[in-house]
Design a protein around this ligand. Sequence first.
Ligand code: HEM
Ligand SMILES: *[C@@H]1O[C@H](CO)[C@@H](O)[C@H](O)[C@H]1NC(C)=O
Ligand SMILES: *[C@@H]1O[C@H](CO)[C@@H](O)[C@H](O)[C@H]1NC(C)=O
Ligand SMILES: *[C@@H]1O[C@H](CO)[C@@H](O)[C@H](O)[C@H]1NC(C)=O
Ligand SMILES: *[C@@H]1O[C@H](CO)[C@@H](O)[C@H](O)[C@H]1NC(C)=O
Ligand SMILES: *[C@@H]1O[C@H](CO)[C@@H](O)[C@H](O)[C@H]1NC(C)=O
Length: 332
Amino acid sequence: MKSIITISLICCMLLSRCNLLHGHKLKHHFYEKTCPNAESIVLAGVKKAQQQEARLPASLLRLHFHDCFVQGCDASVLLDDAANFTGEKTSNPNNGSARGFEVIDQIKAEMERRCRGVVSCADILAIIARDAVVLSGGKPWKVQLGRRDSLTANRTASNQFIPAPTSNVTTLIAKFKAVGLSAKDMVTLSGAHTIGQARCTAFSQRLYNQSGTGKPDPTINKGFLQSLQQLCPQAAAAGNSNFLAPLDLRTPTHFDNRYYLNLQAGKGLLNSDEVLYTTPGFTKKYVRKYGCDKEEFFDSFRKSMIKMGSIKPLTGKKGEIRNNCRFTNSGL
Ligand code: HEM
Ligand SMILES: *[C@@H]1O[C@H](CO)[C@@H](O)[C@H](O)[C@H]1NC(C)=O
Ligand SMILES: *[C@@H]1O[C@H](CO)[C@@H](O)[C@H](O)[C@H]1NC(C)=O
Ligand SMILES: *[C@@H]1O[C@H](CO)[C@@H](O)[C@H](O)[C@H]1NC(C)=O
Ligand SMILES: *[C@@H]1O[C@H](CO)[C@@H](O)[C@H](O)[C@H]1NC(C)=O
Ligand SMILES: *[C@@H]1O[C@H](CO)[C@@H](O)[C@H](O)[C@H]1NC(C)=O
């Protein structure tokens, strides 16, 4: 008995030492003493944004994803171009489609008024993502906090790590694995496409020239194909049309599991969506499961969001707490 206690004591000491060596862990109550209203300040800002424009929660949720996949969740995506680096806002995945930055500016400004120099932009983005889901009808979770903000951004890495909408399942799984997320996380987090919009340019190859065949993607539902071709004429598609289609054609502002039912009906919008169902194997199984079990989807989504939100955070003394999410404090 005594030796068991001794061993577990030693284990505890070793573990906490490891923790010290590897930096600090994120925790839910991080701002309990320093800014107890942090989460309510964010929620008010996201609510206001949603009232302004029903699409904004989707746009904001996407920013957290595009942040975490590039150097970890460090608010690098929010930085404007600076003297010594080019920001990520003009990377292929972001240029012309990343949006909602003004909402973050407003929330951050209010945060600075109430708790100056305390709450990081990376944490604000993680809280915003949760609130975007909840205000759209999804299930809440406790956001882990304590991230700090990067001193730099990396457009090359944004191009490299964020998957393209033309991706097949192999590529999607590989890109998620590269940041420590599983194939299941990938299918689950793709369910974020239950809200929001995409430009024709993100899917027009499917309508006219899938994989260079000169023909539409045969897996698209015929009626759905026709309506998309009407929205995105070939000429406009060639000229990078900015017309928008909902990612979930049935309930584009409601966070639910309809996305997975759409895929099963050949009504997924992006190639990266539809292949989750049309490619035989593991991903298809989860599309079926989530399609018939909303609770299971919500539960998995919560877990995968927490996992995505924990990708390589800057903690302790690394990075900084930015005053303005668009610039590093040194202004370089
Ligand atoms: C699995 C790989 C993914 C790919 C290939 C992908 C690709 C895309 C593309 C191409 C768009 C439309 C951009 C445009 O208009 O050009 C989009 C929109 C969106 N994505 Fe993803 N995405 C993926 C995963 C995710 C994840 C993990 C999330 C969040 C957890 C997410 C959230 C969103 C949201 C909410 C929108 C709509 C944004 C808006 O309306 O402004 N996506 N995605
Ligand atoms: C971003 O989009 C704008 C407007 O379409 C375009 O002029 C610019 O060249 C693009 N930038 C990059 C880096 O692709
Ligand atoms: C840009 O300058 C900041 C501040 O000196 C520095 O921390 C950062 O690493 C620099 N970034 C690049 C890409 O050189
Ligand atoms: C930016 O990302 C690229 C691709 O991942 C990497 O090779 C490069 O070292 C990064 N640049 C900086 C300054 O971190
Ligand atoms: C998936 O896409 C990648 C990159 O375009 C390609 O190299 C690979 O052959 C594709 N895999 C399958 C199974 O189609
Ligand atoms: C389809 O795309 C391929 C390359 O992917 C190209 O060679 C071909 O000309 C395109 N066909 C049409 C009809 O646009």
